[in-house]
Design a protein around this ligand. Sequence first.
Ligand SMILES: [Zn+2]
Length: 347
Amino acid sequence: MKNNPSKFSNILRKYVHLRQQNGVITVWLSTLLYSSVLSFSPLAFSSDNQPHVAPTSEINRTQVCHNVSVQVLGSGGPELDDGRTSSAYLVWVNGKARVLVDAGSGSSVQFGASDAAFNDIQAIALSHLHTDHAADLPSFIKGSFFTSRDSDLLVLGPDGNDVMPSTSAYLKALFGSDGAFRYLSSFLQEGRDKYTLRPVSVELSASLKSPYATDISDNISLEALSVHHGPIPALAWKVKANGCEVVFSGDTSDKGKTLSEFAKGADLLVLHNAIDDNAGGVAKHLHMTPSQLIAIAEQSKAKQIVLSHIMKRSEAGLSALTEAIAVVAKGRVYSAKELMNIPLDQK
Ligand SMILES: [Zn+2]
């Protein structure tokens, strides 16, 4: 990791300013900023220096997190020339890819390169229905024709509103008898000899107090929280398996400031870094700024952070942001790259 002192300094200064506005600036952070930026080793500092109160989710865990990893299939947004696949992640449990979170453009190709087996996938969890999160769904479903999959497949995503269809309506618009890919309509028909798609539209009222929750197998469960992404219905997803918790922010402005609580104590938190601090109002209405990402990383006390959904406008500051988060976060910080696979039980 290369230090870029001036960018790093700027990004951390903006964050300190944000915290000063809220009256909660800590002495250690300001000392760090004003005295030791130039010769700084990011992993030498950690929020462990602060009094640590174990989050509820840590206390309640009955087993030590083991044998779960998260693989990035797509680390980008919708840009054509960024050299990245659009948003998609696999959650591996006991050596099998069990949950696909998002299915952005190009992710079916990366899926093939990941050695995952489509038969093993128990659920596809969509954060929202923008193309860079959902456009490859037809490619996965058509591709599955050439696999031996014979168990039904849950496809979960947000309910609809005036500007977007519900997840169930999206699947119908793709695979229904009047759908764009009506030649695949048998995938929505009951009693099919291979398997049937089971769409689930998660209510937009899913909140911190009552998140959507469902078990998809004996040892894997999903939770969803409605998050603000401009006018677009959107969800943050939490996957729980083998005592591990991983949270995917999806695209959000975190207007309700719920993400850090939802991700409290997570073994891994995937944060989308789509804009820089100078972004305009429309972009900020849709996405989190780097300053917000630093705050969420610190407050969540997530054990590992992955910055993803990287776009040209955010890539320039990515290295500086990674270093700034490493100062305040509890554990390791990664910038996402296609096919990287991160174990959750890493110390
Ligand atoms: Zn989006």
